[in-house]
Design a protein around this ligand. Structure first.
Ligand SMILES: Nc1ncnc2c1ncn2[C@@H]1O[C@H](COP(=O)(O)OP(=O)(O)OP(=O)(O)O)[C@@H](O)[C@H]1O
Ligand SMILES: CC(=O)N[C@H]1[C@@H]2OC[C@@H](O2)[C@@H](O)[C@@H]1O[C@H](C)C(=O)O
Length: 374
């Protein structure tokens, strides 16, 4: 394998998000303040593992520590394998890489209260041992220790990548959970708006046996129920003022089933159409409230593939929507690349959090460093 030229600063970002679909692995050159994506690899999770992680993340399920430890180790192994596959694809040697930024898999996010925490698993010791590459992991807990939400963390990267001196820009990520970053001249805001794809994915799996509603086709066949829509939007999370973050522990199947219980009659596609409209409205309401003066809304995350969701969003948003691909990063790659960038921040002893976003009392250097052999 070739060694890349010494002027490059190569980092790898590893991300597995709340949708539990698999591992995104991105190789990026971050030299001279650039963000040049060189290669990408996606490795889906085996169905059984996906189910096991889902079980681990349920708020009302007991967890066996033995099972938890084994899943952490298995994920570490898989993240390391995804890294090796990425290096193979890119024809780059492990010794050329400065560090890996591994987000891991969120299994529980409960940042509020005196003992708030956020748990991302995928044993970084294994990643560093198997790949030989220095690995930065556990990005969220230092921010929580400093009084922050521990999320979202990607806004600092959005700022470095997408901000413009003369225009207000909003970046919208539609993953399992949706979050926005508002980039204005004098202030950066950012918070989770609520569900992204998670409730639509759940309803689709229950009724069609498919992991998601491909292109939003199923939702487009239904008719939204206005009464149910209002009932879904009537939730304290949407009224709460940022800093705020959420997860699948809150917007869970149980949350949805409770909301749906008076509305079960009628075709399942009408419920899917309502969930799609609900997702679009909760996102649009947040943007209208905090970023109505945006010139442009840059969209990323798997939700960009849901055409019905995009069309509902377009009707309500105050500015045109553009894929982040137009500004240099494939919308499916943004989060993984952000964790490569955050790893660089950590190795250079620079903070990765933004107090205006997470609510932390001070900027802090994020994550733990697990030395490699590089
Ligand atoms: N072709 C498609 N049509 C409709 N939806 C799609 C399509 N492809 C992906 N998605 C949606 O995107 C989701 C995955 O998005 P993504 O990978 O951004 O989420 P994530 O990173 O796991 O979540 P988060 O950002 O909350 O951590 C899928 O679960 C699905 O709902
Ligand atoms: C706890 C956790 O994993 N949160 C995720 C999740 O997925 C989207 C949204 O909720 C965001 O707050 C965050 O991820 C991105 C990468 C972030 O920290 O910016």
């Amino acid at each position: 394998m070739q060694k890349t030229k010494p002027s490059s600063e190569l980092y790898i970002g590893l991300m597995s998000g709340t949708s539990l679909d698999g591992i995104d692995a991105g190789l990026v050159d971050l030299s001279n303040d650039q963000t040049k994506v060189l290669a990408f690899h996606y490795q889906p999770f085996p169905a059984e593992l996906r189910q096991q992680i889902h079980q681990l993340s349920q708020p009302d399920q007991p967890v066996l520590l033995e099972e938890y430890g084994a899943i952490d180790a298995e994920l570490g192994q898989l993240f390391a394998e995804a890294t090796l596959a990425l290096l193979e694809k890119a024809k780059v040697s492990a010794t050329s890489i400065c560090a890996i930024g591994s987000h891991g898999q969120t299994v529980y996010h409960a940042p509020n209260g005196p003992h708030g925490f956020s748990l991302q698993i995928s044993d970084p010791n294994r990643i560093a041992q198997i790949t030989g590459i220095t690995t930065v992991a556990d990005f969220r807990r230092r921010d929580i220790a400093a009084g922050g939400q521990g999320a979202p963390l990607v806004p600092a990267f959005h700022h470095a990548m997408f901000s413009r001196p003369d225009q207000a820009i909003t970046v919208l990520n539609i993953g399992g959970i949706a979050n926005i970053t508002v980039l204005k001249q004098d202030v950066i805001l950012g918070f989770d708006t609520g569900p992204g794809n998670t409730l639509m994915d759940y309803w689709c799996l229950q009724n069609l046996g498919q992991n998601y509603d491909a292109n939003g086709n199923w939702a487009s066949k239904g008719k939204a129920n206005d009464e149910l829509l209002s009932h879904l939007l009537d939730d304290t999370y949407f009224r709460a003022i940022p800093p705020k973050s959420t997860g699948k522990e809150y917007f869970s199947p149980t949350w949805l089933e409770q909301k749906l219980s008076p509305f079960r009659a009628g075709p399942a596609e009408d419920i899917q159409a309502t969930l799609c409209q609900f997702t679009a409205n909760s996102i649009a309401d947040a943007i209208l409230k905090y970023a109505a003066d945006s010139h442009e809304i840059l969209v990323c995350g798997g939700g960009v593939h849901n055409l019905q969701l995009l069309s509902m969003l377009r009707e309500r948003l105050p500015a045109p929507m553009t894929s982040t691909a137009e500004y240099g990063i494939d919308p499916d790659h943004v989060e993984a690349i952000a964790f490569a960038w955050l790893a660089k921040q950590t190795l250079h002893n620079r903070p990765g959090n933004l107090c205006s976003v997470t609510g932390a009392r001070t900027p802090v250097v994020l994550g733990g460093i697990y030395p490699g052999r590089n």
